[in-house]
Write a protein that binds this ligand. Sequence first.
Ligand code: SAM
Length: 323
Amino acid sequence: MIAALSTCPVQGHKKRLPQVDFEVLFGEAPGELFPECRELIKQYDFSNDILQGTSREQVFLRVLKTLAEDLEVAGTHRKQRWEDGWAENLNEFQCSDYDVTALIPKFVRPQEIIRLHGEYVRPVSPYFEVNVVKILRYWMFQKWFQPIDHIYEFGCGTGHNLVDAASLFPNRPLFGLDWSQSSQKILRLLNEKHGLNVVGRNFNMLEPDQTFALRPRSGVFTVGAMEQLGYQYHGFVNYLLSQGPSICVHVETLYELYDQQHLFDYVAAKYLEKRNYLRGLLETLRILEREGRIHILATLRTFGSLYHDGYSMVIWKPLKENR
Ligand SMILES: C[S@@+](CC[C@H](N)C(=O)[O-])C[C@H]1O[C@@H](n2cnc3c(N)ncnc32)[C@H](O)[C@@H]1O
């Protein structure tokens, strides 16, 4: 389980010290967070209550009741769902005069319980998840993509992750791949209306187009996209191996990181099983590392929304790199 953090009671709440929290989340030494991350942390309210006693039990009960229901499973049959969801964001983006906040996916639910440091917590701010993810993105890009010439997000959805990549690296070519046409329409508008150096392209991670070549010194990332592949991630991993990017960062739920001896992790692992979410990726990467084909640079367990830790990270690189 993850180490507990320092807490300081304020008016009956247990409040956490933001900067220290983020250093722990990202495995950084004290004081080593990037200045941009420190600035963002100051702007948002990250205070939260750790749920205890009956409140904690009620959350477990809610999660267990959900697990007992028929849940929709991930797979090709859900492609239209993504298309419809991103079409809705596209419409809002156009109606709001291209306000990038309209690109926040609807599955990020404000005011929801969060999984953090082995506890269920109730954030004070309704935008807690969105804001933590923003800092995570800034950290990830600065930590792993500084020396990279071309950045690719697979399963990019509305492209909101790429918007932050563009603000950090304004001139760097960005590519957003997704199997949804609406995603490509949004990316075209991000280019036309905001001048972002971004190109969208249709790409199915279940049947990777081997003719789509990554440029030299590329960085690849996914956020909650491999999650949708269940056990069918091998073709995509093989595609990445054949392309030899300089870095791959997956911000994904990682089944192998759940310690199922603990109820808190057991329910998350069961949720992945029920929804046919990503399972086995970390094990596959470890095998590839033992075979001398890749190097795993880090695995991190950060935080999650109510049912699972969707923002864990594995960072790796193929040993045969396209330079
Ligand atoms: C949970 S959303 C994440 C979107 C985006 N990365 C984000 O952080 O908001 C999952 C994304 O993966 C895409 N996706 C799911 N299966 C895919 C596949 N087989 N090929 C390409 N994209 C896929 C969906 O269209 C959707 O955009």
